[in-house]
Design a protein around this ligand. Structure first.
Ligand SMILES: CC(C)(COP(=O)(O)OP(=O)(O)OC[C@H]1O[C@@H](n2cnc3c(N)ncnc32)[C@H](O)[C@@H]1OP(=O)(O)O)[C@@H](O)C(=O)NCCC(=O)NCCS
Length: 184
């Protein structure tokens, strides 16, 4: 996965009503490993890898690649949001920023993912004005499909991959559906 482009990184931590979004720090390691090794989190992402394997791969000092946000609630990591420039598994995705999101199961169903993703999209629109963001998710992943719709992603197409139907959507800053949330 490539760098996002000419953005300021690490970012000034973004504060929303309930959350803080920031670059990953060494103290996030345990919770981050728990997120990557969670079978529930990876139910629609091809399954989780064994914890020992994830532990070997996650460095003690975090990578500094742009567009990777830790979502913090009361000082603890509850999720991870990624904006990466896709290398093009679909022609429409080539060269565009792609949004991905992973939250710990105990943080689901409280609107944290929507609050955090809106803030990240708002940040992105400020850093790279006018650039669209794309997103792909399994159609069977109902919470993810609902989140994509809430964030204002519009369907571009559906396709089959990894033995399942995938939904591919696009978000354009300022388009209808973009809530245009203001980050505090
Ligand atoms: C996809 C995922 C991030 C969605 O998380 P989520 O918590 O369901 O998403 P939201 O933040 O939108 O919150 C959803 C619910 O919180 C409820 N909620 C409770 N309190 C709320 C509040 N104060 N404000 C807003 N919503 C609130 C909402 O009603 C909403 O339910 P609805 O969608 O039925 O209306 C989560 O399921 C996940 O991490 N899954 C595993 C990883 C994954 O599959 N990622 C997709 C890769 S592309």
């Amino acid at each position: 996965m490539s760098e996002l482009g000419s953005v300021t990184w690490p970012p000034v931590p973004i504060k929303t009503e309930r959350l803080v979004l920031r670059a990953r720090l060494a103290r996030d390691r345990e919770a981050y490993i728990g997120l990557l090794a969670s079978p529930e989190v990876h139910a629609y992402l091809g399954g989780a890898r064994p914890r020992e394997e994830v532990e070997r791969e996650v460095p003690g000092i975090p990578e500094t690649r742009s567009g990777r946000f830790v979502v913090e609630l009361d000082g603890e990591l509850i999720g991870h949001i990624l904006l990466t420039k896709e290398t093009g598994y679909l022609p429409q995705a080539a060269g565009k920023a792609e949004l991905g999101y992973l939250f710990l199961p105990e943080a689901w169903g409280r609107g944290y993912a929507a609050e955090a993703c809106r803030a990240v999209l708002d940040w992105f629109a400020g850093e790279l004005p006018g650039e669209p963001v794309v997103l792909a998710t399994q159609t069977a992943n109902v919470p993810s499909m609902r989140l994509a719709a809430k964030l204002g992603f519009a369907e571009v197409e559906r396709f089959e991959a990894y033995g399942a139907e995938q939904w591919f959507g696009m978000w354009n800053p300022g388009a209808p559906g973009d809530p245009g949330i203001t980050v505090q």
